[in-house]
Structure formats: structure tokens, C-alpha cells
Design a protein around this ligand. Structure first.
Ligand code: FBP
Length: 326
């Protein structure tokens, strides 16, 4: 199974080399703008999303892959039904960031085929045998979770080869940096507001330390920053229509990023349950994602244990000026 997994990763890496060139060419590649299509989540597809999807699918056809589930298609596509592996993939996550020249990426999750293809994708995240992401930024980087360990490879543009650049990355246990889209504060649950308020209170609050904040709006870039210098990232569920289960997708965003975090010594949860223990009920299921330094993720979980119901008005006593979290 390991040999087959490596063949899949190599195939994806070849496609990523081509995609990184296209991304780097930007408007010169002539594929800026919207394609006119809509993906299964209702998001408008950009032409680059379609190109990325095609490149990754073509690559996977050359590898021992039974089926691929992509963000860009409603259902898994069967490739070679007898092959041993299935892949879930977000071919180009965060593509809306490209017009601002911000890092974007390809996220993938590899798992052994169960007795049939659909049930494979509905197994928990612990079924994954490898996961990773390619980051198309100032450098093109592969973050790879394989053999219980997370390594980093940097694309050498002179040879088109990914060269090992960091071994056995470890997420620092503690952090003084958090990442969240703070513009959604009024829609958050009391638990999320409670945690962020603790961070904002700095040395004067119960966490007793000052925090720095970051928000890139690109999952691969946030995950990479956390791998390199620690931190906690939250994309929680919130009260907006369509966000009651969060924004990010379980199978090709949260599961692979959670595997990377855990194998690098960090943690990932939905606020109550380890992401890797969750199983999807539908191919494009969304999930809240809290990931990064273990202590901070555990603290967010602990606050969720104390606070019910999920979306509480900010006027409720628990969250009022002299409530539990103020
Ligand atoms: P897409 O899958 O639609 O590209 O969106 C995913 C994403 O860009 C993540 O990479 C990022 O964490 C999140 O959306 C940002 O969401 P928001 O714009 O709500 O802050």
C-alpha cells in the first residue's frame, strides 16, 4: 500500500509543477476570470479552478487510484475500480485570492479503498494513509504527511523537482498567535467569542499573555504558518445561513489538514470532537475547524464543553459584561 501511495503523490507532484507555472503566470496564462460554472457548493468556478481540476484528474488517472472526489464535481469519479486507493482533493483552494497575488494551494487526502468507493469516503479521517498540500506562493512547497511524520519539499524551478527542505516538522505546543475572520464575530457562538475575548484581553486576561492576530483567508497558507511558528486557526460554525456547520469541507480540507497537524504534534477539532474521528455523511460536507498548537485547541474544546447552546445571543448572562467570559 505504501508503494502505491508514493506513486499517487508523485503523480500529483508532476501536476503541481505544471499548475504552479500556470498560477505564477497569472493573467499572462490567459485563464483569469470566471468560467461561468458553479461548483457543487454553489461557489462560482474560475477558469483556473477548472484547469487545476483537469490537471489533477489527469495525473490521478496514471496512478493506482480507484476514485477521485474533487471539490469541483458533485460525485466521486471512478478511475480504475480495481485500484487500491481513493483520493479526495481540492485542486485549487482559495483561488479567489489569486487576483491579490496571495498564496493558494492544492489539498489532497489519500485513503485505502474500502469494500466500495462511496463507503471509502464515508470512513473517518483516521482511515487516511497520507495527506498533503502544495502551496503556490513565493516558493512552491509540498507539505507531506506520510509514515506518521510531516516533511516539507520545495520545488526547484531549475530542475522541476521537489527537494526535501524540512524534516519532521513539529507544531509548537503553545502559541501566542491566533487566526480567525474577526468580521464574523457577531455571528459566532458564545464559546468562540469567549476564547477570542480571552486572547484579546492579553496579559490582563485569564490567559495571561498578549496575542498577535493573523488572517490570510487561504487555508494552506494558514496551515503552513502554524507548522512553522505555531498558532491556532479557527473557522468555526456560525449563525449565518449556510455556516451552521462551518465553511470548510471535511473530506478535502479538514481531514487532510488535521492529519498534517496531528502527525506534526498539533491538534485539530470541530470544537468538540477530533476532526480525524469525524465521518462525512455527504461528499461535500462542511465542518467547523480549529487547528494548531495542541494547548490552544484543547482550550477551545474545553470552552465548548461548558457552553450551550451553540449560538447564544451576546446579551445572554453567560456572555454579558460581567459574565463567564468577560
Ligand atoms: P474555497 O474552497 O471556496 O476556495 O474557500 C476556502 C477558503 O478560501 C479557505 O482557504 C479559507 O480559509 C477560507 O475560505 C476563507 O473564508 P472567508 O473568506 O470566509 O474568510
Amino acid at each position: 500500500m505504501r508503494a502505491a501511495t508514493v506513486v499517487v503523490i508523485e503523480a500529483l507532484a508532476l501536476a503541481a509543477v505544471e499548475l504552479s507555472r500556470t498560477v505564477a503566470a497569472g493573467s499572462l496564462a490567459g485563464i483569469g476570470g470566471e468560467s461561468g460554472g458553479i461548483n457543487p457548493d454553489g461557489d462560482r468556478q474560475r477558469t483556473i479552478d477548472i484547469v487545476a481540476d483537469r490537471l489533477m484528474r489527469e495525473a490521478l488517472r496514471t496512478a493506482p487510484v480507484a476514485a477521485v472526489l474533487s471539490e469541483e464535481a458533485e460525485l466521486p469519479e471512478t478511475l480504475d475500480a480495481d485500484a487500491p486507493l481513493c483520493v479526495a482533493i481540492d485542486p485549487l483552494d482559495g483561488s479567489a485570492n489569486l487576483e491579490n497575488n496571495i498564496s493558494v494551494g492544492t489539498i489532497f487526502s489519500i485513503r485505502p479503498k474500502a469494500h466500495d468507493i462511496i463507503s471509502t469516503f464515508f470512513e473517518p479521517g483516521t482511515a487516511q494513509c497520507a495527506a498533503g498540500c502544495f502551496i503556490y506562493g513565493p516558493q512552491t512547497i509540498l507539505v507531506l504527511a506520510l509514515d506518521q511524520c510531516v516533511d516539507c519539499f520545495t520545488l526547484d524551478p531549475r530542475t522541476n523537482e521537489f527537494v526535501l527542505s524540512a524534516c519532521d516538522l513539529r507544531v509548537s505546543q503553545d502559541t501566542s498567535e491566533f487566526a480567525i475572520n474577526a468580521s464574523n464575530r457577531r455571528h459566532w457562538s458564545g464559546a468562540v467569542r469567549g476564547f477570542i475575548d480571552q486572547c484579546l484581553a492579553g496579559v490582563d486576561g485569564e490567559r495571561g499573555q498578549d496575542f498577535n492576530m493573523r488572517w490570510i483567508g487561504s487555508l494552506v497558507a494558514e496551515a503552513y504558518r502554524i507548522l512553522i511558528r505555531g498558532g491556532v486557526f479557527l473557522y468555526p460554525a456560525d449563525a449565518r445561513q449556510g455556516y451552521r456547520e462551518g465553511r470548510l469541507r471535511l473530506l478535502y480540507e479538514a481531514h487532510p489538514i488535521a492529519l498534517i497537524m496531528e502527525w506534526a504534534g498539533g491538534a485539530a477539532s470541530d470544537g468538540r470532537t477530533r476532526i480525524l474521528e469525524l465521518s462525512a455523511r455527504t461528499p461535500h460536507q462542511r465542518v467547523p475547524l480549529i487547528m494548531g498548537s495542541t494547548r490552544a485547541v484543547r482550550d477551545v474544546d474545553a470552552i465548548h464543553q461548558k457552553v450551550e447552546p451553540l449560538f447564544e445571543s451576546s446579551d445572554a448572562p453567560l456572555f454579558a459584561r460581567r459574565g463567564l467570559f468577560r
